[in-house]
Design a protein around this ligand. Structure first.
Ligand code: GLU
Length: 313
């Protein structure tokens, strides 16, 4: 049986952009008879909001999205995440790193966008263990996964062939943090790989802001002997400035539409119209109408402030 998943993060409200990804994931799963578990990705504790878990579920239900089985809260998988980290430590695939963000920025020299920080490998082979690194800097240290220069290609059902080299797009990347009191705190890249494999997820559908993460996750799958799922990265919804939909583009929270009296049907029609899908196809999804080849590859641009009249047609 095919298996995909919904993986919201309780770090903020669901807005038009992530709602579109979730509705399309749901439609694809129901059309193709795939299992659809929901995993709440709550590992990003500094950005976590106490209300966001319940609100995400409420917003999804209101949009007509359901899922299979109980909600899995990612932090409850801590032991499985740490077991995978220990496998990587045992294999010498990760090393302790004491660099702060500032260290990485200054070592990099040329200014890069924040999400393009290139780690120069400063701590490779520098510390015998995380304790040594911690004793030197007295702040949490990271476990970094060692990458060697080599493209990691994958075939994306929407984007086509993607070929990125993690060594030149970020370099050795962080998989966990270590503090003497909190022990290991595993981060997104490793947790997602471990949890997708444990849930037998063979089809990952998500926003294309995560395309650069995919080669890293493929390297982790290989290092852990886990299968690589197939990927479909949906083009994002962006504002007129071409940037990913955010607060500065106006209030596009699903809850705000609901409070303003916009019907979920209207939102679903907007999602269908921006995705090469007939509105009626979302009522009873079938494989011939929910196909990735129909989804435009360009980002969807939201032009005007959509509330209270609803999303622009
Ligand atoms: N939790 C992530 C997000 O909300 C999605 C991660 C994934 O699908 O791999 O952006």
């Amino acid at each position: 049986m095919l298996t995909t998943r919904l993986a919201p993060s309780p770090t903020g409200a669901l807005h038009l952009g992530n709602a579109r990804t979730f509705v399309l994931t749901w439609a694809w799963a129901r059309a193709h008879g795939a299992a659809l578990p929901l995993r709440m990705e709550d590992l990003d504790s500094p950005r976590k909001k106490p209300w966001a878990h319940d609100q995400a579920l409420e917003d999804l239900r209101w949009l007509g999205v359901d899922w299979d089985g109980p909600v899995l809260v990612q932090s409850t998988r801590h032991l499985a995440h740490v077991a995978a980290l220990n496998t990587l430590i045992g294999a010498g695939a990760v090393y302790p790193c004491s660099c702060s963000r500032k260290d990485v920025v200054s070592a990099q020299g040329a200014p890069h966008a924040e999400d393009e920080l290139q780690y120069p490998g400063t701590c490779r082979g520098r510390w015998a263990g995380p304790e040594d690194a911690f004793a030197d800097v007295h702040r949490p240290v990271a476990w970094r996964f060692r990458v060697t220069p080599c493209p990691v290609p994958f075939d994306d059902a929407i984007q086509g062939r993607v070929e990125l080299d993690p060594a030149s797009s970020g370099g050795d990347f962080v998989v966990a943090r270590w503090t003497p009191d909190r022990w290991h705190q595993v981060g997104y890249q490793l947790a997602v790989v471990v949890d997708d494999a444990a849930a037998n997820v063979d089809t990952v559908i998500r926003g294309d802001d995560l395309v650069p993460s995919t080669p890293r996750q493929i390297l982790l799958q290989r290092a852990l002997g886990l299968p690589t799922p197939s990927y479909a990265h949906l083009p994002l919804v962006v504002g007129e400035d071409g940037r990913r939909l955010a607060k500065r583009h106006g209030d596009t929270r699903i809850a705000a539409y609901r409070e303003a009296g916009v019907t979920s049907d209207r939102i679903r029609r907007w999602i269908a119209s921006t995705s090469g899908v007939l509105p009626s196809a979302l009522d009873d999804p079938k494989p011939d109408v929910i196909r990735w080849s129909l989804v435009p590859r360009q980002p969807v641009v939201v032009r005007s402030h959509p509330v209270p009249d609803g999303p622009p047609d």
